[in-house]
Design a protein around this ligand. Structure first.
Ligand code: PLP
Length: 446
């Protein structure tokens, strides 16, 4: 059998039978997504065996990079020992151990961990906890969820409803329980307003919304430390402390969605305390917890919050939310191996050391006429390209992407925003290589 035969067969099978996320229905069966067979370190290899730097790190998840034997061994031995147990009726060792480990990594008293199958189900579960919490506390009206414009919290119906974006949605995700606040986006900051004043203005908007809706109707505020899919939006430095204080004042649960920022992206296990300077009530995580080797997500919750609805307070009510694969033993074993690699290789310290170089490289791209903005924090960044209207922006993003691919780099244009969140193990020289390719691709597009 020739090497190319299985490739051709897989491409043909995909063309005829595979529906992918964000499928272009107008071109059903003719989309040209590359077929990947192999990955090593920070590189993906295409069908011709050509190495491409994985700019987006999978989908912001390939923290420790690809091809780790230790991960394969941990997964294989757990498959042989216990590949599955029903989380509704039993527990497994790796999930229990992982809960203990994550509790040591989270800030404050966020010492209980609920596992799910990915980020969207983790967001859903956290939001369902808010419903449970307020039902048990006999505050049935306190259920509305405060979200920010340009957020992305997932693709289940509830998480998608919490993700108001500029792009028109083909789905019916409007939900009367959702209340939308402004994005803390510097591009929306009125001319002459300082960053600090912007933070204060956003907090004042929050207080106006609370006065309008009534605190007794507002259950939770959910926020990404950096609005990732929304275009890598980094809020004003004073923003989260102000928002946290307002939530605490009105007993609105503060949920940090750390699906992207958790597990090292900003140089810390979690960004909440180390970067945002706050301790939330719940932290949602996924992606980096297993570095994408197997699916897993979850949330960490404050003991203080749990105490209000546990024991006699629960009034006999179960938190009856969960999945067949909650705390899956193979995923938990992979997560434990992933965390061990982080610690042995001191990946968090490495991120903190190389992040300034990465951010400086991105900022240097401002020299191009085509580049209208550059944003980022830690090892996540975004280069925004010019474009008069949506169609032109889309076309420019696609052109930069195509040139990058030809030159050996995958980027992930979100319309005209080229997003980079490479594997956290990336070296300085590889960052330079990535920036050189991006610069050449921009020159070719200009
Ligand atoms: N929350 C954030 C901040 C995300 O970026 C994503 C996915 O990109 C999700 C939630 C949903 O995660 P998943 O795709 O694993 O369901």
């Amino acid at each position: 059998m020739s090497v190319t035969e299985p490739q051709t067969t897989s491409s043909e099978a995909a063309r005829r039978h595979l529906l992918s996320p964000a499928e272009d229905m107008a071109k059903l069966g003719s989309a040209a997504r590359p077929l990947l067979r192999h990955a090593e370190g920070i590189h993906l290899f295409d069908a011709d065996g050509r190495a491409l730097i994985d700019g987006p790190g999978g989908m912001w998840c390939s923290q420790i990079g690809y091809g780790r034997q230790e991960m394969a061994d941990a997964i294989a031995s757990q498959v042989m020992a216990l590949p599955y147990n029903s989380p509704w009726h039993s527990i497994n060792g790796p999930a229990a151990e992982l809960a203990r480990r994550i509790a040591t990594l989270t800030p404050g008293d966020l010492d209980h961990i609920f596992f799910t199958t990915g980020g969207s189900t983790a967001v859903d579960s956290a939001l369902r906890f808010v419903q449970y919490f307020n039902n048990v506390l006999e505050r049935p009206a306190k259920k509305k969820i405060l979200v920010r414009y340009r957020s992305y919290h997932g693709s289940t119906e509830l998480a998608a409803s919490c993700s108001p974006r500029p792009q028109a949605s083909p789905f019916d995700t409007a939900d009367p329980k959702i209340v939308v606040l402004s994005s803390p986006d510097a591009r929306d900051r009125p001319a002459g307003m300082s960053e600090e004043e912007h933070g204060l203005a956003l907090a004042a908007e929050f207080e106006r919304v609370i006065a309008r809706e009534g605190a007794e109707t507002l259950g939770a505020f959910i926020a990404e430390p950096v609005q990732a899919s929304g275009g890598v939006i980094v809020p004003p430095a004073n923003y989260f402390a102000l928002m946290r204080a307002i939530c605490a004042q009105h007993d609105i649960l503060f949920i940090a969605d750390e699906v992207v920022t958790g597990f090292g992206r900003l140089g810390h296990w979690f960004a909440s305390e180390a970067v945002m300077g706050i301790v939330p009530d719940l932290i949602v995580f996924a992606k980096g917890v297993t570095s994408g080797y197997v699916p897993m997500g979850g949330f960490a919750i404050s003991d203080r919050i749990l105490a209000r609805v546990s024991g006699e307070h629960a009034k006999g009510r179960y938190f009856s939310n969960g999945y067949t694969y909650s705390g899956h033993p193979v995923a938990a074993a992979a997560a434990l191996a992933n965390i061990a690699i982080f610690e042995r290789e001191e990946i968090l310290a490495h991120v903190r050391a190389v992040a300034p170089h990465f951010q400086a490289g991105l900022r240097a791209l401002r020299r191009y006429r085509l580049v209208t903005d550059v944003r980022g924090a830690g090892l996540v960044g975004c280069v925004e390209c010019a474009g008069d209207d949506d169609a032109m922006k889309q076309a420019i993003g696609a052109r930069v992407d195509r040139h990058c691919q030809e030159l050996g780099l995958v980027v992930r244009p979100i319309v005209n925003n080229c997003v980079l969140s490479p594997p956290l193990i990336i070296k300085r020289a590889e960052i330079d290589q990535m920036m050189d390719i991006l610069a050449k691709a921009i020159e070719l597009t200009e």
